[in-house]
Write a protein that binds this ligand. Structure first.
Ligand SMILES: Cc1cc2nc3c(=O)[nH]c(=O)nc-3n(C[C@H](O)[C@H](O)[C@H](O)COP(=O)(O)O)c2cc1C
Length: 158
């Protein structure tokens, strides 16, 4: 199975997390792609990824509950040019800090809600990583992803 990572980050924690998960899952995958979202990342990239296999969104939260700047263009494009994403099976790793209380991990939740609005199906619960509690986010994410992968694979082939 192919797995695509889509990463939203400001100071690279979410990127390191995604890279670690990619490395750890490698033996179980036929291939993987890591997309560090950019200004020109649009819904087409997501649609193309969905056709290949499940997608793992890995994003932090910044501002007051906002997505990282690099993921905002994709998020906005999915609003401006909505597309049916019924084929998309995805998981979410949402990094945040419970210090921010009301907006804890809001970036991942925002993205999750938009994908669900467009008909995509999340596999498993959204996984949050709290910077106030977790000192090793890469390991926490890798452990979660090992559990998540079989359900993602089953949902994609179903
Ligand atoms: C200026 C700033 C604002 C933040 N705002 C939030 C927030 O609203 N909610 C939240 O859960 N975390 C918030 N965070 C915490 C980050 O999401 C967390 O530290 C994360 O691990 C950073 O990941 P990154 O390096 O991939 O961007 C904020 C961090 C900074 C520096």
């Amino acid at each position: 199975m192919h797995l695509t990572f889509i990463v939203g980050t400001v100071s690279d924690t979410a990127l390191y997390v995604a890279q670690t998960v990619q490395q750890v899952l490698k033996p179980q995958l036929t291939g993987s792609t890591l997309i560090l979202a950019q200004a020109d990342t649009t819904g087409e990239a997501l649609e193309a990824a969905a056709a290949q296999g499940p997608v793992l969104i890995c994003t932090s939260t910044h501002g007051s509950g906002d997505l990282p700047e690099n993921l905002q263009p994709l998020y906005a494009d999915l609003d401006a040019r909505p597309r049916y994403l019924g084929a998309l099976r995805y998981g979410v790793i949402a990094l945040g800090d419970s210090f921010y209380d009301d907006t804890f991990a809001a970036g991942g939740r925002l993205f999750d809600a938009r994908l669900q609005d467009l008909g995509a199906q999340r596999i498993g619960e959204l996984f949050t990583i709290d910077a106030s509690e977790v000192t090793d986010p890469e390991t926490a994410a890798a452990l979660w992803a090992q559990e998540w992968l079989p359900s993602a694979a089953a949902s994609f082939s179903a």
